[in-house]
Write a protein that binds this ligand. Structure first.
Ligand SMILES: [Zn+2]
Ligand SMILES: [Zn+2]
Length: 244
């Protein structure tokens, strides 16, 4: 059971980072972990079981090919989202530790689980696999400050596991956006216009990779830019989706 990630956060982070206990579960420090999580902590991860067929927004009920209100009224420019978890405890804490503290150990179990999830999604239909993975781009200044782009990091691990090339040079983020908080959906889209620039040829089938999808507005914008540049089939891959 994952209990200490918040309460013992600093201590736990330090312990997990110590060379001599590498390989322990990042949730409970049990020594029975595989890829950084023990079976019991792995079972605690919030699986995104019921979700919108297109944007993976968590839904409260199940159903084949169900779409959320947004996707029904305004179909997004991407075809499918593959997002295995909900952005809730402990996945949110694990991603924050990885992203803001640079502790890759917290991302490792998620990326490994995501890779298994994708392998089963494409089992028996390798045609559905994208030609390339495109990490969601970051502004260079932000990347320098953080030291890495987590989307690129995740894309490279997945690309290696699934034998799909990663191209981080296809699209660039060229300007900052103001905070999206409190803006209407229309205002958010206007705020995001002109943020991305496609700089190279885009193959037919692509997957955009990110750590978390929140409103979906950024993904819509990025997918539009790629579609305008020639992408025919666009998937969105992320570790987690916010509940809405
Ligand atoms: Zn554990
Ligand atoms: Zn949707």
């Amino acid at each position: 059971m994952i209990k200490g990630l918040n309460r013992l956060s600093t201590l736990k982070s330090l312990l997990v980072d110590r060379e001599n206990i590498k390989g322990l579960c990042v949730g409970c420090l049990s020594s029975t972990s595989v890829n950084g999580l023990c079976c019991s902590c792995e079972a605690d991860l919030p699986v995104n079981r019921w979700h919108c067929h297109c944007c993976a927004l968590p839904l409260a009920f199940s159903g084949a090919d169900l779409l959320c209100g947004d996707c029904l009224t305004s179909p997004p420019p991407f075809d499918r989202s593959l997002i295995p978890w909900r952005y809730q405890y402990p996945v949110d804490s694990m991603i924050s530790r990885y992203k803001y503290n640079g502790q890759r150990k917290f991302a490792r179990p998620l990326v490994t689980g995501f890779s298994d999830y994708l392998q089963s999604a494409f089992e028996g239909c390798s045609d559905a696999k994208p030609d390339i993975l495109i990490p969601s781009p970051m502004l260079p200044a932000r990347r320098r400050k953080r030291g890495f782009n987590q989307a690129r990091d995740i894309a490279e691990s997945l690309g290696q596991a699934l034998s799909i090339p990663v191209d981080a040079g296809v699209v660039r983020r060229i300007r900052k956006v103001q905070s999206q908080r409190g803006l209407s959906r229309e205002a958010r889209l206007a705020n995001l216009r002109g943020v991305f620039k496609v700089c190279a040829a885009v193959p037919e089938r692509v997957a955009i990779v990110d750590d978390v999808v929140t409103t979906g507005a950024t993904m819509r914008l990025l997918a539009s830019a790629l579609r305008e540049a020639g992408a025919q089939e666009i998937q969105v891959w992320a570790l987690a989706r916010t509940p809405g």
